[in-house]
Design a protein around this ligand. Structure first.
Ligand code: SF4
Length: 196
């Protein structure tokens, strides 16, 4: 179920080619999740073997499987949450591999992200990783850093903002799977405590 504002946003974003050639068309549709939704996740960009193929952020690849596992650990239904990325298209390097979005691509996609937050109207926004943190900082300052603030809830734009590490296997160097799982269980408790 989605609102008229969200459906309109999907139609408009589908036409965007502002960044030039990317690895896929914008990954934004009713398959991202319900709009409105109480809980919204913002990750980095659709992955070459995941969202860029399925049209569903954080799905099908190893990153998506890790995300799904920790949602399940926390008793959070994937179908109840809205999931998107700081940039809607898949950034690829010259060899066709995933790369982080550039600052320009992040800035280009910022207005689409701001409109998604408005349309989804979540009580709690969870940023997954440094790229998403930077993207939200450009919408409105929050001052959070991954180094100091993982799991800390702060007020932001009339909502609650929480920063977690990105679920990519690359984050194993800084966060164990057990820590990730605990982060999602704490998040579930936080969402329950947030007054509607
Ligand atoms: S990444 Fe965002 S701004 Fe860039 S082309 Fe895709 S939808 Fe447009």
């Amino acid at each position: 179920m989605t609102s008229y504002a969200f459906d309109l946003l999907v139609e408009e974003a589908a036409l965007c080619r502002l960044c030039g050639p990317m690895g896929c068309a914008p990954v934004l549709s009713q398959r991202n999740g319900p709009a409105p939704a109480r809980l919204m996740f913002v990750a980095e960009a659709p992955g070459r073997l995941g969202g860029a193929i399925t049209g569903i952020p954080l799905s099908a690849d190893e990153t998506g499987r890790r995300f799904a596992r920790w949602l399940a650990d926390a008793g959070i239904e994937r179908s109840s949450v809205f999931v998107t990325n700081a940039v809607l298209c898949n950034p690829l390097d010259a060899r066709g591999r995933n790369r982080p979005p550039s600052r320009r691509e992040r800035a280009n996609c910022g207005p689409w992200l701001a409109r998604q937050i408005d349309a989804v109207a979540p009580d709690v926004v969870v940023v997954l990783g440094a790229v998403a943190l930077a993207a939200l900082e450009e919408i409105a300052p929050h001052g959070l850093t991954l180094r100091s603030d993982v799991g800390r809830a702060v007020p932001w734009q009339g909502r609650t903002l929480v920063a977690l590490y990105h679920p990519s296997p690359r984050t194993r160097a800084v966060r164990t799977d057990g820590q990730h799982s605990a982060d999602y269980r704490a998040l579930a408790a936080l969402v329950e405590s947030v007054v509607r």
